[in-house]
Ligand binder design. Structure first.
Ligand code: NAD
Length: 359
């Protein structure tokens, strides 16, 4: 029995997670996989009900599960709270508690959506890259951190720190992923300025020796930001630290046209994987049945692949999404100036389910 913890969260989180669960159950049924669901609170919903963005009890349940399927957290209601009790803290905590050090974010251009990108079709057609971001170290967690006041002047600091073991394990995830793809890894850094980046270059080079079938190159983060806009098709797997990965994966996401299309997986050594759409809680459309559930549904495909070792089920979900889009169905975020009448979140879920049962 495979236990799955659902953490729908806030805003459109519950709407997209509901559709993702329906697809998860249907695909599992087809491929004879037994699932058992738990449900918990995270983010603003947890703050309201339990006074904390993620309770110890939910962390404990997560540890007992094969995978966690999350929606999104946050919203204006909780924006005024201090950094330590905000909804996003729940997200950082669950990643840390489950030891989820590797965040995988594929950005793939679906042929039917080439026109939805803000870049020219010839720049983005065929785009298929994977950002592998280190998730539990670096400047988001480094010590010392915090604010102080010296002689009446406010000051604040964060620390970017990595040890070699952290770099080795994330590099291995990138090289292993590249082996299943086009066999190219681009390491992104700022080694012309940062000591921590110099260590990354050194260690990634050492790991590369174990993967002679994979080509490694290095790219400065500033020029990478530019190259992603100019020539994104040339990249296969991009590996980088927490801060650079946070920024570049959003940039890569935008290339594909909509945040509503992008799934992610966070993996670690503990065996529990966390799957979630890249987008946030979209308070501007929450509760209106306008959200695009495809990022959440594609996260289900990643869950099948990485946590349940069910590659055929993963492919079936991806094919069902591609078939729904190829037939012209679009949620509001994908409509652009096509003149197509958008379908709602629920209806898009129904369409994907229908395609899944036809395949
Ligand atoms: P957002 O991703 O929620 O929304 C950005 C824009 O994209 C909005 O116009 C929204 O309507 C649209 N959008 C996003 N997902 C969509 C979907 N599935 N279908 C259709 N349209 C979609 O980012 P934001 O507005 O910067 O943040 C809103 C809240 O979400 C904030 O509280 C932020 O902290 C939080 N957030 C959470 C996560 C997470 O849970 N992983 C990630 C990013 C932001």
């Amino acid at each position: 029995m495979n236990r799955i913890l659902l953490l729908p969260g806030d805003g459109i989180g519950p709407e997209v997670t509901r559709e993702a669960r329906r697809v998860l159950e249907a695909a599992a049924g087809r491929f004879d996989l037994k699932l058992e669901f738990e449900e918990g609170l995270i983010g603003g919903a947890a703050i309201d009900a339990e006074g904390t963005p993620l309770s110890d009890a939910v962390v404990e349940t997560a540890r007992q599960c094969r995978a966690v399927l999350m929606g999104a957290v946050g919203g204006p209601k909780w924006d005024a709270l201090g950094v330590d009790v905000r909804p996003e803290k729940g997200l950082l905590r669950i990643r840390k508690e489950l030891g989820l050090f590797a965040n995988l974010r594929p950005a793939r251009m679906v042929p039917a959506l080439v026109g939805a990108s803000s870049l020219k079709p010839e720049v983005v057609a065929g785009l298929d890259l994977l950002v592998v971001r280190e998730l539990t170290g670096g400047i988001y967690f480094g010590e010392p951190r915090g604010r102080s006041e010296v002689a009446g002047r406010r000051s604040a600091c964060n620390t970017m720190v990595y040890d070699e073991d952290e770099i080795v394990r994330i590099s291995k995830v990138a090289f292993e992923s590249a082996r299943k793809r086009r066999g190219e890894v681009t390491h992104v850094h700022k080694a012309n300025v940062l000591d921590v980046s110099q260590l990354w270059v050194e260690v990634v080079e050492e790991v590369a020796k174990e993967y002679s079938d994979v080509t490694l190159s290095h790219q400065l983060v500033d020029s990478m930001a530019m190259l992603l806009l100019r020539d994104p098709q040339r990249f296969d797997v991009i590996v980088t630290g927490n801060l650079f990965g946070d920024i570049l994966s959003d940039e890569a996401a935008e290339l594909t046209g909509s945040l509503g299309m992008l799934p992610s997986a966070s993996l670690g050594e503990g065996g529990v994987g966390l799957y979630e759409p890249v987008h946030g809680s979209a308070p501007d459309i929450a509760g209106e049945d306008k959200a695009n559930p495809l990022a959440a549904i594609l996260s289900v495909a990643m869950l099948f692949e990485h946590s349940l070792d069910a590659v055929a089920a993963a492919a079936a979900v991806q094919d069902a999404v591609a078939a729904a889009l190829a037939e012209g169905h679009r949620t509001g975020d994908l409509v652009g100036d096509t003149g197509v009448t958008p379908v709602g979140c629920r209806e898009m879920g129904d369409i994907v389910l229908a395609k899944l049962s036809e395949s």
